[in-house]
Design a protein around this ligand. Sequence first.
Ligand SMILES: Nc1nc2c([nH]c(=O)n2[C@H]2C[C@H](O)[C@@H](COP(=O)(O)OP(=O)(O)OP(=O)(O)O)O2)c(=O)[nH]1
Length: 321
Amino acid sequence: MTHNMPNPPLVEVVAAILTRPDDSFLLACRPPGKPYAGYWEFPGGKIEASESALQALSRELHEELGITVDRAFPWITRVFRYPHATVRLQFYRVAEWQGEPIAREHQQLAWQSAGNITVSPLLPANQPILRSLMLPSTYAITNASETGETHSLHAIRQALQRGLRLLQIREKHLTDSQLTRYAQAVLQLAQGTQAKVLINGNIALAKELGLDGVHLTAAQLLSLHTRPEVDWCGASCHNEEELYHAESLGIDFVTVSPVCPTPSHPNAPTLGWRKLAKLIRGYSLPVYALGGLMPDDLIPAQEQGAHGIALMRNLCTSAQP
Ligand SMILES: Nc1nc2c([nH]c(=O)n2[C@H]2C[C@H](O)[C@@H](COP(=O)(O)OP(=O)(O)OP(=O)(O)O)O2)c(=O)[nH]1
């Protein structure tokens, strides 16, 4: 005889990433009397039946921290199974608020940095969130095939000086030995900076040169059954199937493209902002919008739920990491 175990209830939760200009974000310690008391979490709480996620976010942040949310963007959504319940956590990045956060529920508060968390323990669901928060908002992609290597390396040097923190080497026209030399030159520029250097498609070369990781093409992504063993792994996605596969492999982040018309893929139908938003709503991985974008497109991309933007041609003019 088989027993059908009832599905645990799905609890809808909203949580806030409140970030200061130095990129530190606020964590709160769960007060005594709640499940997981003493664990650190992002401020937030359950969405009530009558509320939208955004309304719940505003209410919770007012109750817990005494602040008024002015502007918040949807970010990532993660489902996590606790023994007592399954929670769907909708994370929002709160871009603007009024007031200084104070602990209105006598909970401890701490501003933390993704690479250097000094409080513990964290709620178990939050570990992947911290990894996502290590990703910068701009992802640069090299374009030496169009500009020539000298110009490309010059642009990369300038972008690194301005604080670029994530870079993909994508040079499909180079021979193996040319690509190795170019990648070594990029690596040398990035040495001593905070930048992570990934390479498009070539897992073996990423390992051989000690790069920070690999960026999978969509075809390569679909052909894989396990995540490549590299520190950081991104993937190119264009549709639901690819997004789903990236999620199931435990990829760190994806690009979704093409959002706008771009010379590198002149005949590809573009998504536009609305379709991008629809495609990534409720998605669990950070998304970089890609295709024909300018640095000024960062806020529109984040308003649609993207983590940031990926830039190829407009790398030189990118002001922000
Ligand atoms: N606020 C918040 N909750 C989280 C995070 N990570 C995580 O797994 N959770 C889980 C823990 C809880 O099971 C659920 C949030 O429920 P809660 O009990 O804090 O909700 P609440 O503030 O509305 O409190 P209450 O109605 O139970 O008094 O989501 C996080 O970063 N922030």
